[in-house]
Design a protein around this ligand. Structure first.
Ligand code: AMP
Length: 446
């Protein structure tokens, strides 16, 4: 299928061709005709599927077909995103695809001065991309008029709810004209999202390009289980050994991101950190530096990394697993985008095994474990299993029953048994490291 069969006009086709896109992605094939037909759409699309163009292209076409009925340009399309980075990226897409159309757009988000935004709004704008907080600031200051909005797009709605924006969204909705076209994009679906969709969308058409909460088939995933205190060393080892030139590394906390970034720099690996305590300009610079290759590693927390789009990002590393399983899907969705392949590596210590299990449950698949000589754990993580199925061997070749895998009917949480093993002795000689893929059945936890 080509873009021209989707009903897009020549100006948009020209802009698409300049981007080098040869054919629409599955979400674009489904969403573009429906949006052009003025339907409300509820779209379940994982990150990296091309969903931004999926809504931006038809939106631009519909807006350019109909002249505004006001003298001054008033906001006719409102795109809400959870984070500043995503807002900036969506704004860039609007500019890129709309370059041959007479459509104005701006992006507004917090962390930067409000006055330039006020001036831009005064001049008149057709498409406004915004994060909820700064949008409400403008509404409070009466610098924004939403009474002409014809299109509302909620992008990454699941994350907006995770970030506690539901009341802000409701406030914004109450200010919009009732008669409008609504599009809701979400990588994952929860009951809360369904409730939001029910209250927002009129006879929506549901489109899904991947099963809910399913990770991209383009991303190959692997896990290393090891002791917490060895994670830094393994990370440095992996970056150097695989000569990673561009990777996004996730930590759970802002402080953790800073500390890890400093450590990587000390080890001679150019890195930057991106999290909520960094100024917007620092966040933008860090992201640009990674994109253009002046830093190799971007250490990020979930909030800051949401929606980040780096063309052909080859590696995502979970230095720490998220405790919300859906976040794992979002994180690894930063790689393997738009048909490219990617690698997602997770460093998992004993206390994170529960997170790993719920991630695997969510994705309905096991993540293969790799063992790296010199980086296995001092501790052997064994679960308490409900039914003991004979004796299994764990990946260090020890008999599981020796590693105190006690049966219990009541508690199946992981237990940590301290067991010494030979590999600890080879710990210091990282140079001789070798990787071995371990089938799931040999994992030393269930
Ligand atoms: P998104 O899922 O919207 O964040 O898009 C992910 C990436 O896919 C972006 O870098 C887009 O530039 C790229 N992209 C969007 N549509 C296409 C397409 N039809 N062909 C190739 N790449 C695309």
């Amino acid at each position: 299928m080509s873009f021209s069969t989707l009903g897009l006009n020549a100006s948009l086709l020209k802009a698409i061709a300049e981007q080098g896109y040869t054919q629409p992605t599955p979400i674009q094939q489904k969403a573009i005709p429906l949006i052009l037909a003025k339907k409300d759409v509820l779209a379940g699309a994982q990150t990296g599927t091309g969903k931004t163009a999926g809504f931006t292209l038809p939106l631009l076409q519909l807006l350019s077909q109909k002249k505004p009925n006001t003298q001054k340009r008033e906001v006719r399309a409102l795109i809400l995103t959870p984070t500043r980075e995503l807002a900036a990226q969506v704004g860039e897409s609007v500019t890129t695809y709309g370059k041959y159309l007479d459509i104005n757009s701006i992006v507004i988000f917090g962390g930067v001065g409000i006055n330039p935004q006020i001036s831009a709004l005064k001049k008149g704008v057709d498409i406004l991309t915004a994060t909820p907080g700064r949008l409400l600031d403008h509404i409070g200051q009466k610098t924004l008029n939403l009474s002409h909005v014809e299109f509302l797009i909620l992008d990454e709605a699941d994350r907006m709810l995770d970030m506690g924006f539901i009341n802000d969204i409701k406030k914004v909705l109450s200010l919009l004209p009732k008669n409008r076209q609504n599009l809701l994009f979400s990588a994952t679906f929860s009951d809360e999202i369904k409730r939001l969709a029910d209250g927002l969308l009129n006879n929506p058409i549901l489109i899904e390009v991947a099963k809910r909460n399913e990770s991209s088939a383009q991303v190959s995933q692997k896990v290393f289980t090891l002791d917490k205190e060895r994670k830094k060393d393994l990370l440095v080892h992996l970056i150097k050994e695989d000569n990673m030139q561009q990777a996004l590394v996730f930590t759970k906390t802002k402080h953790g991101a800073n500390k890890l970034c400093e450590h990587l720099i000390k080890c001679g690996i150019s890195s930057a950190a991106i999290h909520g305590n960094k100024s917007q300009s620092a966040r933008t610079k860090a992201l640009d530096d990674l994109k253009k290759g002046s830093v190799r590693i971007l250490v990020a927390t979930d909030i800051a990394a949401r929606g980040i789009d780096i063309d052909q990002l080859p590696h995502v590393i979970n230095y720490e697993l998220p405790n919300i399983s859906e976040d794992y899907v979002h994180r690894i969705g930063r790689t393997g985008r738009a048909g490219n392949v990617g690698i997602a590596i997770s460093l998992v210590c004993g206390e994170e095994l529960e997170y790993l299990k719920s991630i695997e449950r969510l994705m309905k698949k096991d993540i293969p474990q790799e063992i790296l000589t010199g980086f296995t754990s001092k501790q052997v993580y064994t679960p308490e299993v409900k039914v003991q199925r004979g004796s299994h061997r764990n990946h260090q070749g020890q008999n599981r029953s020796n590693a105190s895998a006690t049966s219990t009917k009541h508690d199946n949480r992981s237990r940590v048994a301290n067991v010494k093993h030979k590999e600890e002795e080879t710990f210091k000689s990282h140079k001789n490291s070798s990787k071995t893929a371990t089938p799931r059945r040999n994992r030393n936890y269930a």
